[in-house]
Ligand binder design. Sequence first.
Ligand SMILES: NC(=O)c1ccc[n+]([C@@H]2O[C@H](COP(=O)([O-])OP(=O)(O)OC[C@H]3O[C@@H](n4cnc5c(N)ncnc54)[C@H](OP(=O)(O)O)[C@@H]3O)[C@@H](O)[C@H]2O)c1
Length: 447
Amino acid sequence: MVGKTLITPDTLVLVSGGARGITAQCVIKLAHHIPCKFILLGRTPVNDPLPEWALDCPDDAELKRRAMTRLTTEAKKATPQAVEKLFRQIRAQQEVETTLQAIRQTGAVVEYVNLDVTAPVQTLQKELAGPVQRLGKINGIIHGAGTLSDRRIEKKTIQDFETVFTPKVDGLRNLLKVAPAGQLDFLVLFSSVVGFFGNIGQADYAMANEVLNKAAYQIKRDNPTCHVVSIDWGPWDFGMVTPELKRAFAERDMTVIPTDAGAEMLVKEITSHHTVNDQPVQIVVGQLPTRAASDISGELQRFEIRRHLSLDANPFLLDHQIGLYPVLPATCAASWIASVCEQLFPGFTFYQLEDFKVLKGIVFDENLAHEHILELNEIEKVPGEKVKFAARIWSKNKNGRPLYHYSLIVTLLREMPPTTIHNVNLQPSAGTNEGILGKALYEDGTL
Ligand SMILES: NC(=O)c1ccc[n+]([C@@H]2O[C@H](COP(=O)([O-])OP(=O)(O)OC[C@H]3O[C@@H](n4cnc5c(N)ncnc54)[C@H](OP(=O)(O)O)[C@@H]3O)[C@@H](O)[C@H]2O)c1
């Protein structure tokens, strides 16, 4: 079934973060295709004209020099931080003004609302009431607002987390209170491949983006006529990607998404679909990250990884109880081992698990050990190809004796062989000799 076109010249699109960065580039491109109506949200104030000292200054170093002179003239401390802050304010305001001008040149109608998407819902509703009254009902949302505060997880502060998490997650919740999904023809969320694959220093960013991905599925389920899509963008050649990040991507052989191609892709996503559709809810755009293979030459090695397991930190275990006590599912033990092996050898992927034995298991009763030891002994290595481990998880009992919980053999490979789907006859249907083909279960939605 085909519904109505998602976007027409009468459509009003609410865009968080739409005046700057990659979202602005997408909005400009969209306006070129369909000059419709936009409300852009952002924290950058643009009410006052740019100060005279900042005019006609495309060179960043020169603008910083002028900012320093300005601060000194105003008898303020011209610290490098103060200069950088003023410089960024000027550039942000210029970016917003350039975006608005570029959109208006297409014939589209645009209003900019200087608003933090994490503000209380009442504030958002109040600030947006005027533009909505002038421009009509909101038919589409693009949620592009996002910030970074990269730091390794052990150094993250609550403030870092809030800075990164709230614009994405609280922001989405707020936008949907202003314009519920039931009234929308489309909802586009700007997520990131980092939500999918993770990235060093970006634990909060990964979480926020993955919440957007999962929220998209839920919103689509509850509002099937709205086109909902969460786009897991790879790195762009624009926006929050700093030169350092670009270098890091280059080291991982990841090419960045050219600005024009990325914006074109967003336009396609909105202009080529219809309100009723079976399009994917989550799409990954860009090249998948690859990692250089670890060097696995040399002697066979032994590793020990210690872990404190508790019910408090793993409340899902309360749903896996045998008799009186929760028990670690064997599959959790196996994936714990496989995942540790992969982390020891970046660039290699878990391929095979053999000879898996549940010995004592791990029971969360009064005898639970304070720590569990994962012992990994390399038993075979083929440089650049494969590494095989004999693994076991054990702990010490109250008398200091070893207690073995699980054992298995794990193989990691550098290159995965092509996947085969075995056509196993699972069960003969009544009255025939024909069984259900295993492959069918993957094709008919059963699995
Ligand atoms: N660039 C990439 O390579 C890349 C890759 C994957 C995903 N993404 C995603 O794409 C989106 C845009 O990224 P970008 O690279 O364009 O970053 P950017 O240049 O830093 O722009 C961020 C945008 O979000 C707005 N924003 C941030 N916090 C906000 C808040 N609390 N309320 C309202 N607006 C807010 C900013 O405007 P103000 O500063 O004026 O508020 C700006 O328009 C983000 O969600 C990001 O996660 C980007």
